[in-house]
Design a protein around this ligand. Structure first.
Ligand code: PMP
Length: 410
């Protein structure tokens, strides 16, 4: 039912000039077979692929699309700045305005630094923590994603053991493994890195328990180490002051990106005063890190997030989707597991080790104009409407029917 002509032609051209046609997490080979690689346009929560197929989109650019594509206030702020200049010999006035807004919005933040990608921000956090403490060991949760450079890439290809020499792994939400990792670090503990919640690919999502969050805080304090919160994926969708604010646990450093400028390239590190000096001394920079357009977009984005209480809207819409999926899956006799925060839903099927049920579900929904993901957490945006959720649930019925058909033919 989906048009594929342009997508197929572009893939063939790309394969000749781009290794395997695409790199990284947006490679369509990692998606069910009907999924397009190339897109033409986005508007609000809707996406058109290069063949003109229209989708209600629940990946939202894998996070950056928070308010909807072409949000008028964000675009106007970016356009106004673009007319003045973007990449100059130094930042514009807007850097100070944005920094003031970030420090005012984020609960733990005494200061902030800006970069481009989430990986820049997580890596800067690690560098600042090591510089401030003079220590080397970094604790990270097994399976957690913090970026695509040698210290944290999920692939070991092209990575040396030395790149990981000072990492020690623990299991998210498991205090005993965290304590063991702290013991192993001994007097060399620089930082404990935690994700906002456990959102590992292909697993049920897990919110942090209050006990785990408190233990991470206590162990970092006892070890004179920094608690680093990776907010890159969850930031501004759960709680605009910080994803661990409801738990009453504040990090020393946090990494932000994705949603912070509604699709413009920007990331931020926020930190507490005891890390301010180290943050001023480490050498972290990039040619585009002072770009003013994305900062103007971020100011507009954060103002809308605060004014409209975007996390609450996303939670309401996400709950409608979740409740609707639950009811319909039961009607079709298909068992699913929905996990994590409703505004970042993950839907996995029982007895689906190779994700063939998830893929059948997603392919069928895609044909009905809804873009879901079979393994990864999804994202809602504030431009999604109740009508979009209704469309999604109709498409999901076709998806559940396809899964039921797999079972009946087995
Ligand atoms: N941390 C988390 C939790 C992420 O989800 C991501 C991106 N998926 C990153 C870090 C890295 O961000 P980026 O891809 O912008 O470098």
């Amino acid at each position: 039912e989906l048009m594929r002509t342009q997508d197929i032609a572009l893939r063939a051209r790309a394969e000749k000039v781009v290794p395997s046609g695409m790199w990284g997490h947006l490679h369509a080979a990692k998606l069910p077979e009907a999924y397009p690689q190339f897109f033409k346009r986005g508007e609000g929560g809707i996406l058109w692929d290069v063949d003109g197929n229209r989708y209600v989109d629940f990946m939202c650019s894998w996070g950056p699309n928070l308010l909807g594509h072409h949000h008028p206030e964000v675009e106007e702020a970016a356009e106004r700045q673009r007319r003045q200049g973007d990449c100059l010999n130094g930042p514009g006035e807007v850097m100070v305005e944005l920094a003031e807004l970030v420090v005012d919005t984020i609960g733990h933040a005494d200061w902030t630094l800006f970069q481009k990608n989430g990986t820049d921000a997580t890596t800067t956090c690690v560098t600042v923590a090591r510089a401030a403490t003079g220590k080397r060991k970094i604790l990270v949760a097994k399976g957690a994603y913090h970026g695509a450079v040698p210290w944290c890439s999920p692939s070991l290809l092209g990575v040396t053991a030395e790149d990981r020499a000072h990492l020690i792994y623990y299991i998210f939400n498991d205090i005993q493994t965290l304590e063991a990792a702290v013991r192993e670090a001994g007097d060399d503990l620089a930082a404990i890195v935690v994700s906002a919640y456990r959102h590992d690919l292909g697993f049920d999502q897990e919110l942090p328990t209050q006990d785990f969050a408190r233990a991470a805080r206590r162990l970092a304090d006892a070890g004179n180490a920094a608690l680093i919160l990776d907010e890159v994926r969850a930031g501004f969708r759960l709680d605009m002051a910080g994803s661990w604010e409801p738990l009453g646990v504040r990090p020393d450093l946090a990494a932000w990106s994705k949603a912070i400028a509604n699709g413009y390239a920007l990331s931020a590190v926020t930190g507490r005063d005891w890390l301010r000096k180290a943050a001023s001394q480490v050498f972290v920079t990039g040619s585009f890190w002072a770009g003013a357009v994305s900062m103007a977009a971020a100011v507009a984005t954060l103002n809308v997030v605060r004014r409209d209480n975007v996390p609450a809207r996303l939670a309401r819409l996400g709950q409608m989707l979740r409740d609707g999926l639950e009811t319909r899956s039961r009607q079709f006799g298909v068992s699913i597991r929905q996990s994590g925060p409703a505004q970042m839903p993950a839907v996995l099927f029982d007895d689906d080790p190779d994700f063939s049920k998830g893929s059948a579900f997603c392919n069928a929904a895609l044909a009905k104009g809804v873009y879901f993901h079979p393994k990864h957490n999804m994202f809602l945006c504030a431009a999604h409407t109740q009508a979009d959720i209704a469309t999604a649930l109709e498409a999901a019925e076709h998806g559940f029917a396809a899964v039921a058909a797999l079972r009946d033919s087995a």
